[in-house]
Design a protein around this ligand. Structure first.
Ligand code: AGP
Length: 605
C-alpha cells in the first residue's frame, strides 16, 4: 500500500531516499515526502502526486542531512494532499507509516484531553502526537516510540526519526512487511528488499510484532513481548531486486514480453525430466479430501482456473473464495481440508487474514507466492514460488501466468498421486508445457493484431467478456485487466449465463470479447456468439485457426492464437487478454503502470 524507507548514512540521504521511494512507488503514488535530521534539526518536505513532484521540490528547496525517512502514499485516511502526506510530525517526532491504525479515533480523543489536537485527517499523525506526548513525560526516544507502539491497534510498518538524534531510527512491523538493510557504517530500513537493493543486499527481515532500534553501527530488535531477539541477516540476490523497464515504455509492456522467458525459467525450476520437483515436501494428495483456495483479484482468478484443473485432472473437490469474504464468513474448515492461498505480493491483508483463520483448522496450509520472504509465505506450511521475478506494473501479468503454471503443476502432481493420471499422461502434459514458451513467443509476435482490435475496443464505453469452462475465469481476468488500466467498464460472464440477463446489454456499441479455443465446448460458445450477433453485438473472437474457420465470417474481429493442448489454454489466452487491456489503455492515454486509485500491494482491508 504505502512504501516506507529510512537511511542512516555517511553522506547526504535525500537522493538515496528519493531513489528508494522510486522503487517503492508501485505501492502508492498519491503523495510523497521525506524528513531528515541535519545538524540535529528535524525538517521535512512533502509533495502531492507522483514522486517526481517531490524531486522537483527538492531541487528548489533541498533538504540536507545524513539521516532520514521517506514515504510514498496510497491514501486511506484523508485526501491525498500535502497536509496529509507523510512524514507526519509532532514537535521532535517524525513518522512514516504503511497500514491502518484502527484505534486512532480513541487515541485522538485521549490526546484531546491533554489539549493535543491533530492538524491532519490521517490516522498516522496520531502516532507522532502520542510519541511526542510520551517524550514530554520524560521518556527516552526509544521508550516513547515503544510505549506508543504498545498502544496501536491495526496493521502497520513504521519508521520514526527524532529531532536532535541524527544516529537513530526506530522501526516496527505488525501486519505490514519491513526489512532492515546493513551497509558499511550505514543502516537502512524499507518496506521491501527491492527498495534497498541499490544500497545493500544484506537484509534482516523483521518478524510480526518486532520493533527495531537502528543506529549506523547497531541493530537491536525486540519482539512483541519486549524481549531482545536475534533475526538472522541474509543475502538477497541482486537479480531478484532488479527494477528497470529495459527499454520498454512501460513496466507492464516489459512484463508481458518477459513471459516466454519467465515461464521457461519457472518450468526449469520445477521440472526434472518427466517429474515435477517441488522445493518442499507437500501433503499426500491421495489423502486430501478437499482443497480450499483463497485469494484476491487476479490471484483469485488464477484459483478459479485451478479449480477446473484440480477437479478435472485430479478429481479433487475444490472450493474457491475471495479472501475478504472468506475471512469474515467464518466457514467451517474441517479435517481433510488442505487450504491453498495465492498471492503475488504475499502481503495482501485479506488473504493473510484468511490464511491465519485456517491455521489449526486445515490439515495443511499451502501458498503460491512471488515473494519468498513475504508474510503469507512465512505463515504457510509450504510456500511454492512462482518464479515470476519482480512485477512492478500494478496490473498483474507475468505473475498471473506464473501462478497458473505453479497451480497447474500442483494439479498434475495431485492427479498422479490420486492415480487419476498415469505417469505417461503426465509426461505428455509436461512436454506440451515445455513447448508453451515458444507458443507465447508466437502469440506476442502477433501483438499488432491485438493492438488493432484494442484501438477499436477503446472507443467503447462498456465491454463484455465471455468464456466457458477454463475460459470463464480468463474472461473474468480479461475484464479486470481492461477496467483496471483503461477505466473502460468491462464485465465477464460464463457464456452460458448470457441469456440469463446480460444479453440485455447487447447492442452495436458493446464489443463482446469471446475467449474460445476450438475445444469440446466450442460449438456451444458459437451458439452464444450467434445470439450476440443476432442483436447487433460486435464479437471479437479469440480462438485458434480451427476455431476461426468454424466460427464463420460474421464475427467483427478474430484474433488467432497457436493451437495448444486444452489444459494449457488459460496460460496462452492470458496474453491476448493482457495485450488488449494494455493497448486499450495506451489508446485512452491512461497511466498504464500506475492506474488511478490502485496500488500494487494491498496491505490494508
Ligand atoms: C491485478 O491486476 C490486480 N492489481 C489485483 O487484483 C491483485 O491481483 C490483487 O490485489 C491480489 O494481489 P496479490 O496477488 O499480491 O495478493
Amino acid at each position: 500500500m504505502c512504501g516506507i524507507v529510512g537511511v542512516l548514512g555517511k553522506h547526504e540521504v535525500s537522493p538515496l531516499l528519493v531513489e528508494a521511494l522510486k522503487r517503492l512507488e508501485y505501492r502508492g503514488y498519491d503523495s510523497a515526502g521525506i524528513a531528515t535530521v541535519s545538524e540535529g534539526k528535524l525538517d521535512r518536505r512533502r509533495a502531492v502526486g507522483k514522486l517526481v513532484n517531490l524531486s522537483d521540490l527538492l531541487v528548489h528547496d533541498p533538504l540536507p542531512g545524513k539521516s532520514g525517512i521517506g514515504h510514498t502514499r496510497w491514501a486511506t485516511h484523508g485526501a491525498p494532499n500535502t497536509v496529509n502526506a507523510h512524514p507526519h510530525q509532532s514537535g521532535p517526532v517524525a513518522v512514516v507509516h504503511n497500514g491502518i491504525i484502527e484505534n486512532f479515533k480513541d487515541l485522538r480523543a485521549e490526546l484531546a484531553r491533554h489539549q493535543i489536537l491533530p492538524q491532519t485527517d490521517t490516522d498516522t499523525e496520531t502516532i507522532a502526537l502520542l510519541t511526542h506526548h510520551y517524550l514530554t513525560q520524560g521518556m527516552s526516544h526509544v521508550d516513547a516510540a515503544r510505549a506508543c507502539l504498545a498502544r496501536l491497534e491495526g496493521a502497520f510498518a513504521l519508521a520514526f526519526l527524532f529531532d536532535g538524534q541524527d544516529d537513530l531510527i526506530v522501526a516496527a512491523r505488525k501486519g505490514s512487511p519491513l526489512a532492515v538493510g546493513h551497509g558499511d557504517g550505514e543502516m537502512y530500513v524499507g518496506s521491501d528488499a527491492i527498495a534497498l537493493a541499490p544500497l545493500t543486499n544484506v537484509i534482516t527481515y523483521l518478524e510480526e510484532g518486532d520493533c527495531a532500534v537502528l543506529t549506523r553501527e547497531t541493530l537491536d530488535i525486540f519482539d512483541e513481548s519486549g524481549a531482545r531477539v536475534t533475526r538472522a541477516p541474509r543475502q538477497i540476490s541482486m537479480d531478484a531486486a532488479r527494477v528497470d523497464k529495459a527499454g520498454y515504455k512501460h513496466f507492464m509492456a516489459k512484463e508481458i514480453a518477459e513471459q516466454p522467458t519467465v515461464l521457461a525459467d519457472a518450468l526449469r525450476g520445477y521440472l526434472d525430466g518427466n517429474s515435477i520437483v517441488f522445493p518442499h515436501a507437500l501433503p499426500d494428495f491421495s489423502k486430501v479430501e478437499r482443497l480450499t483456495m483463497v485469494a484476491c483479484g487476479t490471484a483469485f482468478y488464477a484459483c478459479l482456473t485451478a479449480k477446473y484443473w484440480f477437479e478435472q485432472l485430479a478429481r479433487l473437490p475444490v472450493e474457491v473464495d475471495i479472501a475478504s469474504e472468506f475471512r469474515y464468513r467464518e466457514p467451517p474448515v474441517t479435517p481433510g481440508t488442505t487450504a491453498l492461498f495465492v498471492s503475488q505480493s504475499g502481503e495482501t491483508a485479506d488473504t493473510l487474514a484468511a490464511l491465519r483463520y485456517c491455521k489449526g483448522k486445515a490439515d495443511h496450509i499451502l501458498s503460491v507466492v512471488n515473494v519468498d520472504e513475504s508474510s503469507i509465505a512465512r505463515d504457510s506450511d509450504v510456500a511454492l514460488p512462482i518464479h515470476a521475478g519482480v512485477e512492478v506494473g500494478v496490473a498483474s501479468t507475468k505473475a498471473f501466468t506464473c501462478q497458473l503454471n505453479t497451480l497447474l503443476l500442483l494439479a498434475l502432481h495431485a492427479a498422479v498421486q490420486r492415480t487419476t493420471m498415469t505417469p505417461e499422461a503426465l509426461a505428455d502434459k509436461l512436454e506440451k508445457l515445455r513447448a508453451l514458451p515458444g507458443l507465447f513467443n508466437a502469440t506476442l509476435e502477433r501483438g499488432h493484431v491485438m493492438e488493432d482490435a484494442a484501438r477499436k475496443i477503446a472507443e467503447a464505453r462498456d465491454v463484455l467478456f465471455l468464456g466457458r469452462g477454463l475460459m470463464f475465469p480468463l474472461a473474468l481476468e480479461g475484464a479486470l485487466k481492461l477496467k483496471e488500466i483503461s477505466y473502460i467498464h468491462a464485465e465477464a460472464y460464463a457464456s452460458g449465463e448470457l441469456k440469463h440477463g446480460p444479453i440485455a446489454l447487447i447492442d452495436k456499441t458493446v464489443p463482446v470479447i469471446v475467449m474460445a479455443p476450438r475445444d469440446a465446448l466450442f460449438e456451444k460458445t458459437v451458439s452464444n456468439m450467434q445470439e450476440v450477433m443476432a442483436r447487433g453485438g460486435k464479437v471479437c473472437l479469440v480462438t485458434d485457426a480451427a476455431g476461426a474457420e468454424a466460427a464463420g465470417s460474421d464475427v467483427w474481429r478474430t484474433i488467432i492464437l497457436p493451437e495448444v493442448d486444452p489444459v494449457l489454454t488459460p496460460l496462452l489466452y492470458a496474453l491476448p487478454a493482457q495485450l488488449i487491456a494494455y493497448h486499450a489503455a495506451i489508446a485512452k492515454g491512461t497511466d498504464v503502470d500506475q492506474p488511478r486509485n490502485l496500488a500494487k500491494s494491498v496491505t490494508v482491508e
